[in-house]
Design a protein around this ligand. Structure first.
Ligand SMILES: Cc1ncc(COP(=O)(O)O)c(C=O)c1O
Length: 449
């Protein structure tokens, strides 16, 4: 049963903004910290609040203001902040055994058995890590070891992390320079902004056929894997058409290429299924898991098909903290909570309710060009003109800030606003959060149009 009592709040009491925000203590703490800490995310740069605590779906700052959480700590705390089952599991091992390299522990054995049970198909070769990007790196090394080939194709505006292999799969920022040799990119299906200026379904999903052109003209036929996010996260919940993934699987099989689905953001019930690839009945050869896996405790995994799992022995796969007892306890408890509280169904239900309300926001506002989502992975894209679809970055920034001032902690991405509430959020609270967004968009329209 969906057990929400521990996270219950009186909806009339949130959000609760009692100072100007960011408040005086937030300002002081952030100013002092930022003397040293450099390289903040745009989320923080645009709203430098300092947080004190979180419970369920509510975040509290150091000045005593309470916010509805539409970010889940950047897609991480999907089961709510400080879920008692997870906090207790971590505390148990914080007092018992914190780290012991990659030696076996009972909690690790239990986690591995549970993870193998819930992953798709035969993705039973597992290694555990402490960040999404190191899991992706391990997946890349495994793909090379399994195929004896070295090249990769990834997709425009996908994101896979910030270590060198991961950034070579993507275009993270202007300082990146060249990708490492052997990394190529293909246009990503994006039906709102088709890279081929075609319309779905008349396009017949041309983006899949075009990958064959990329293989023929860019690579030296030494492809180890095609790597992708099942749904784009950072780029604003961009969902591929339904036939894309099964056709990509066929294409990989035709060329003997591994299919590598990076589920760091989309996994753990975020999109209404335990793993997003389940929406298209498509099983990859490699998958990576992170973010919601430990609900805030840094634990991630790289899972590879039984067919290739022997190669994990050859990539020097272990790490200092990967799969330490606290991490395993957090991940096992999180998987159990997803099942016990039926959070796949909950995520789908909440996402549907939110998307319906977002469609109304779109029809009411001239600057809302697109609303989209699967489960609790949602986005609103702002445009200067619905016909030309010109991106409205200034509005994106202002709507983010205004809604935050009204008590909504969430995530901007230039002209796109990203929504990823905890999966346990009550319908009423989610709709209240969307009312705040509606109001903020209205105010920005009055200021800018
Ligand atoms: C799809 C995807 N892969 C990998 C990563 C990297 O994860 P981490 O920040 O834990 O290294 C991210 C982070 O946002 C992600 O969204």
């Amino acid at each position: 049963m969906y057990n929400k009592d521990w996270a219950k709040v009186d909806i009339n009491t949130v959000p609760n903004i009692i100072t100007e925000v960011p408040g005086p203590k937030s300002k002081e703490y952030h100013d002092r910290a930022s003397q040293y800490m450099k390289g903040y995310s745009s989320q923080v740069r645009l709203f430098p609040v300092a947080f004190e605590s979180g419970k369920g779906c509510v975040l509290s700052d150091v000045d005593g203001n309470d916010y509805i959480d539409f970010s889940s700590g950047i897609y991480v705390t999907g089961l709510g902040h400080c879920h008692p089952k997870i906090s207790e599991a971590v505390a148990l091992y914080a007092n018992k055994l914190m780290n012991c390299h990659d030696f076996t522990t009972k909690i690790k054995m239990d986690l591995l058995e549970k993870l193998a049970e819930v992953t798709q198909g035969d993705l039973n070769g597992i290694q555990l890590y402490d960040s999404g990007t190191t899991a992706v790196e391990a997946g890349l090394r495994c793909a090379r070891a399994a195929t004896g080939k070295f090249e990769f194709i990834s997709f425009w505006r996908d994101f896979h992390g910030k270590t060198m292999g991961s950034v070579s799969l993507a275009m993270v920022d202007s300082t990146q320079g060249m990708r490492a040799p052997g990394f190529y990119q293909a246009p990503r299906p994006n039906c709102y902004r088709c890279p081929f200026k075609l319309n779905y379904p008349e396009c017949k999903c041309h983006c899949v056929d075009f990958i064959e052109d990329v293989i023929a003209n860019e690579t030296s036929q030494q492809l180890a894997a095609i790597v992708l996010e099942p749904i784009q996260g950072w780029n604003g919940s961009v969902i591929p058409p339904d036939e894309f993934m099964p056709r990509l699987r066929k294409l990989c099989d035709k060329y003997g290429i591994l299919l590598f689905a990076d589920e760091v953001l989309t996994g753990m019930a975020r999109t209404g299924k335990m793993f997003c690839m389940e929406h298209w009945d498509t099983v990859p050869d490699i998958t990576t898991i992170g973010k919601g896996f430990g609900n805030g405790f840094p634990v991630t995994a790289m899972c590879i098909s039984d067919k290739y799992k022997g190669v994990v022995e050859n990539i020097s796969a272990s790490s200092s903290y990967g799969g330490n007892p606290m991490a395993c306890a957090a991940a096992l408890a999180s998987l159990e909570v997803i099942e016990e509280e039926n959070l796949c169904e909950r995520s789908e239900h909440l996402g549907n309710i939110m998307l319906e309300r977002m469609k109304k926001i779109k029809s009411d506002h001239p600057i809302v060009g697109d609303v989209r989502g699967k489960g609790c992975l949602l986005a609103i894209e702002l445009v200067k003109d619905k016909r030309t679809k010109e991106a409205f970055e200034e509005a994106g920034k202002l709507v983010y800030q205004k809604a935050f001032e009204k008590g909504l902690a969430w995530v901007p991405s230039k002209s796109t606003l990203r929504l990823s509430p905890p999966l346990i959020m009550e319908d009423e609270m989610a709709l209240k959060g969307l009312d705040i967004i509606d109001e903020a968009i209205g105010e920005v329209e009055r200021d800018l149009l």
